[in-house]
Design a protein around this ligand. Structure first.
Ligand code: MG
Length: 453
């Protein structure tokens, strides 16, 4: 298969109106529309450039003969939900957690999962080397709007949990949607669940005046202090397109995505008497511990939420996700979903009648250390092969080459992965002890350096 020229792991992101212009978006959408030839849903996040690009893709799709349904401003998973249930494809205008000057396009197929590599290469071939279909005047697509999806998405997410239990718990929640697409869903969802809701940055604004759209700890200081000040039960934050959820416990501690994953995994396995859990090779051993305890089976894919989503579909899996707070509930949306994650976490707190810090404290404890090291792009393949050869010939370790090189020892693991965008290797280790994790990460880095030429 030839190499992708435009697409990254999920769509294309560029500086808006420099590279990501309406003309660029329109031609790409027409190339996609040439292949889909059906009804395509479009929508996007709160960025200042979203309406400009959305109109560009609508024009391209109509020109190729597709019908277009504009769903408005809404979270990425709400569009994926809509496409899976009603449409033949979708294009989402969003740059997720990237800074405000960026925007992007995420393409999804008819089951709502991001498009496959082979489809992306076909789109690129038409975009660069071919010509998108030009429908004649009497075959031009029709344009509709549908603004009922947001409500349906919220209602259906809530149906997946015990609403009465959550209502009875009368949880005090502070929510920070970072002025992103979650501003149209999260506060309303929480009120429907009977929570006492305080909002921060829940006014939709593409300038992102309150905080950067990426929900990392340093960007969530206002949320953390508000949770403490109000004695709230939980703080919730989303990224710009509201597919990821980050939790702050009642003491103001940032809860790592691995912990949220494990907490929800435990509840899902208990409720369903076991099931298949899909995650990536980069998530915590805690996920395996919980699976073992509650009759679950873990399948690990290479890093990437689309790979997890596809594996969940293929295996009829129960639940999946990544370590960054992106959790996937395959019965609802084949992609990372923030609304269902919020519902599930609140349900766990309500049913267990325990504060979030305690629930997290009951999970298995592991420590991760991350480092990176320089390596020219043209040496990456060779370095990985050499490391894998060395490990294969050692009886003390197990080798996993699903993604990069993962070396498993009795008391932990280290993963060495080449970056797809920078001349570096990322290396991180996890064990039950922070010093040991540091040692293992350094060992991983030394293996890379050993085989550098
Ligand atoms: Mg996102």
């Amino acid at each position: 298969m030839s190499k992708k020229r435009l697409f990254g792991t999920f769509g294309i992101r560029r500086i808006a109106n420099e590279e990501m212009t309406p003309e660029f978006a329109s031609r790409l959408a027409a190339s996609y529309g040439t292949l889909v030839q059906g009804t395509v849903a479009i929508g996007g996040d709160t960025r200042t450039t979203t309406p400009m690009l959305k109109n560009g893709i609508a024009a391209g799709l109509l020109s190729s003969g597709c019908d277009v349904v504009d769903l408005g401003i809404l979270p990425t998973p709400a569009i994926q939900y809509a496409v899976r249930n009603y449409y033949d494809g979708g294009i989402i205008v969003t740059a997720s957690h990237n800074p405000p000057e960026y925007n992007g396009l995420k393409f999804v197929d008819e089951d709502g999962i991001g498009t496959r590599d082979d489809m992306e290469i076909k789109i690129e071939d038409i975009f660069f080397d071919g010509e998108p279909k030009r429908a004649s005047w009497n075959e031009i697509g029709k344009f509709y709007t549908n603004n009922t999806i947001i409500n349906e998405y919220i209602t259906e997410a809530i149906k997946g949990v015990d609403i009465e239990a959550i209502k009875d718990a009368k949880l005090k929640v502070v929510v920070d949607t970072g002025s992103g697409a979650g501003s149209y869903t999260a506060p309303y969802l929480l009120r429907k669940l009977g929570c006492d809701v305080t909002t921060i940055n829940c006014q939709a604004d593409g300038h992102f005046p309150g905080r950067d759209p990426e929900p990392i700890e340093e960007n969530l200081q206002d949320l953390i202090s508000t949770v403490k000040e109000l004695n709230a039960d939980i703080g919730l934050a989303h990224d710009g397109d509201a597919d990821r959820t980050i939790c702050i416990d009642e003491l103001g501690n940032f809860v790592l995505g691995d912990k949220t994953f494990t907490l929800v995994e435990k509840a899902m396995l208990k409720e369903n008497n076991g099931g298949t859990i899909v995650t990536t090779v980069a998530t915590s051993t805690a996920i395996y511990d919980i699976a073992e305890e509650y009759n679950g089976e873990v399948i690990a894919t290479a890093v990437g939420d689309l790979l997890v989503a596809r594996k969940l579909k293929e295996t009829n899996g129960l639940f999946g996700g990544e370590e960054n707070g992106g959790l996937i509930f395959p019965d609802f949306v084949y992609g990372r979903d923030a609304a269902m994650t919020v519902c599930k976490i609140l349900e766990i707190m309500a049913k267990e009648k325990k504060p979030l810090s305690q629930l997290v404290g009951e999970l298995p404890v592991y420590h991760t250390v991350k480092m990176k090291t320089h390596c020219p792009d043209d040496q990456k393949e060779n370095v990985m092969t050499k490391i894998a050869e060395e490990i294969k010939n050692t009886t003390d370790y197990t080798l996993d080459t699903t993604d990069g090189v993962k070396i498993l020892k009795d008391d932990g693991w280290v993963i060495i992965r080449p970056s797809g965008t920078e001349p570096i290797f990322r290396c991180f280790a996890e064990t039950d002890n922070i010093e040991k994790s540091k040692e293992m990460t350094e060992w991983g880095i030394s293996l890379v350096n050993k085989y550098l030429e």
